[in-house]
Design a protein. Structure first.
Length: 209
């Protein structure tokens, strides 16, 4: 837990935060079973990737390092903070495992699959709500089947991660990733944890688009 003057403004103590992060990380670890024994979790307040809808954010750097950040004001209250903290840790720890078997790539399909797996994992194992009416969406746009196919074409055409991307690209990346993962689950009978050991191309093949 990195030192910061912002801790003095936090609505709950560092000890409580530490307890919850360790508890939720242990829960995810026990489910995934295949996470590095050298996983490091950095906690730094108020980083730019705090979600505007959840007040919590996370980012995974490699198979041994992720960060957790949040709005010190806990604008949604402690109960929702704990819920979204747990979802975020589950999401990021799935990334950790996927990156262990699939080192980071810059092609856009990689990021769609990475985010799709993380989102489905936190949905299925931590109760995360994504892309459902009334849920906490990454984007206000809920795509149709036809739009998903069009978005997939855009992901496949983009050989690198680029800032020159269409409106709603982040939402597009997450949604098309979830769509691919759900299709792969349905077609193969594998669960999201098993799929997280596969390469992007192997998962795309199982999705049978």
């Amino acid at each position: 837990m990195l030192k910061s003057e912002d801790w003095a403004k936090c609505a709950i103590t560092k000890a409580e935060i530490s307890k919850w992060i360790n508890q939720y990380a242990k829960e995810a670890y026990d489910i995934l079973e295949d996470v590095s024994n050298y996983l490091n979790i950095i906690v730094k307040l108020g980083l730019p990737h705090v979600s505007s809808t959840k007040g919590v954010g996370g980012s995974t750097y490699d198979h041994e390092l992720l960060d957790i950040t949040f709005d010190v004001a806990l604008p949604l209250g402690v109960e929702k903070f704990c819920r979204y903290l747990r979802e975020t840790i589950f999401h990021e720890m799935n990334h950790v495992m996927f990156i262990r078997y699939n080192p980071r790539q810059e092609r856009q399909l990689y990021w769609a699959v990475l985010e799709g797996l993380g989102t489905v994992f936190d949905r299925d194992y931590a109760g995360g709500e994504h892309f459902t009416r009334g849920g906490e969406n990454y984007t206000s746009k809920i795509a149709t089947e036809s739009e998903m196919r069009d978005w997939l074409k855009l992901n496949l055409k983009a050989s690198t991660r680029s800032p020159n991307v269409p409106i709603d690209w982040v939402g597009m990346t997450y949604q098309v990733g979830v769509w691919l993962v759900d299709r792969a689950i349905k077609n193969s009978g594998k669960n999201v944890i098993e799929l997280s050991h596969l390469s992007c191309d192997e998962l795309l093949k199982l999705a049978s688009i």
